[in-house]
Design a protein around this ligand. Structure first.
Ligand SMILES: [Zn+2]
Length: 125
């Protein structure tokens, strides 16, 4: 295996919007640490196509319009999305390190110090 290959990058991901695993949908498109499935793309296209005129925002059910129980059910899903983004960031930093990019440059890209980047991502104490 080449030094730049990372088996973790091939582990299954979930749609950031609906959290369905990639194996449960037809297609998942990757963005910068996030993913969207074909079903969510279709829903988004429908919402965009039916949006109110003159700058109105397409609507999705969200915190202020849902019941307390729905909001509580949403919390672990948001946490799972955050965890997936964190895992993807960690893998991207590991890829940067495999390329020989310094902790100073990684920290600079993330807006933190070299020390903070190392502490968060090196896996060392
Ligand atoms: Zn989805």
């Amino acid at each position: 295996m080449a030094a730049t290959e990372m088996p973790e990058l091939r582990t299954e991901v979930a749609c950031t919007f609906c959290l369905k695993p990639a194996s449960d949908v037809e297609t998942v498109v990757a963005g910068a640490g996030v993913y969207i499935c074909n079903e969510c793309v279709a829903l988004c296209a429908e919402l965009i196509a039916t949006k109110p005129a003159a700058g109105g925002m397409p609507s999705l059910p969200w915190e202020e319009r849902i019941s307390d129980d729905e909001l509580l059910a949403l919390l672990p899903r948001v946490a799972a999305t955050g965890a997936q983004v964190d895992r993807r960031l960690t893998l991207a930093v590991r890829q940067a390190r495999l390329r020989g990019i310094t902790w100073t440059r990684i920290g600079g890209a993330l807006g933190v110090t070299r020390q903070s980047a190392w502490e968060r991502f090196s896996g060392e104490d």
